[in-house]
Write a protein that binds this ligand. Sequence first.
Ligand code: GUN
Length: 310
Amino acid sequence: MNNNIKGNANLKSPSGDLGVLIDGKAISDQVKQEIAAEVEAMVAAGKRRPHLAVIIVGHDGGSETYVAHKVKSCEQVGFTSTKIALEADVTEAELLAKIDQLNKNPELDGFIVQLPLPKHISEQKVIEAIDYRKDVDGFHPINVGRMSIGLPCYVSATPSGIIELLKRYEIPTVGKKCVVIGRSNIVGKPVASLMMQKGYPGDATVTVCHSRTSNLKKICLEADIIIAALGQPEFLTGDMVKPGAVIIDVGTTRVPSATTKSGFRLSGDVKFDEVAPKCSYITPVPGGVGPMTIVSLLKNTLLAAKGEVY
Ligand code: GUN
């Protein structure tokens, strides 16, 4: 355990063993401070501040909140940010023309197009239109492909955030059995790929489970590390977890709640009350993987500004 990490809470379990609550908020604050220090050093050396642009299309409430957080986080670390808001009826051609403009703008280190997009716009076409050298989301096939063969690239936010948490908590991965539940392009597949790569944090023996997997419980019970990323609230229950396992919960499903002002709360893919007493480390929802995702975007933008990837 890295004792420099503030805000750790030990979990109490009936057996008296103590697991560690992985504090994604504390780590994200720590990484933001590191990024801010680098930015100030760049500026002191006469360089311009890293510059991220975010395109948002339409008025989806969730997307507007995410984008507001991204813009605020840029401010916190001293980046320049530009928000480009387009109406929901923007045509695909107009959006692609805007992307072309940003691709060619030398004042911009990286940019993202917030997803999901309205139905009349092809997300894949949009992702592939972004110059991979400015694709700080890491969604372009060139970045995905380079990641999978271990070349320098922009790694997408959630997998990168998970890896950073494992690293900062010095959680052993080498030779460990890691089960990933979920096979999405933005979490399951890339995090499986990173966990099996040579070196730490990697060198794990990875099994990817999904909706058609048989014997899921048996497979999970053998796991030293479980990464739950299927988007099904409280799917992973206590009887599916080996004592001492490390649990990473990627779920963030909005479920109705009578006790919150907004009328909903975020639910993870892990039944926390059952699983937490059995495991050695666990990420809470909210406050685990979530805060790390924006930090990963900031890290990619800093790398882009420094020209360290391409
Ligand atoms: N929508 C939800 N998460 C993301 C993300 O990481 N990037 C983009 N562009 N859109 C998202």
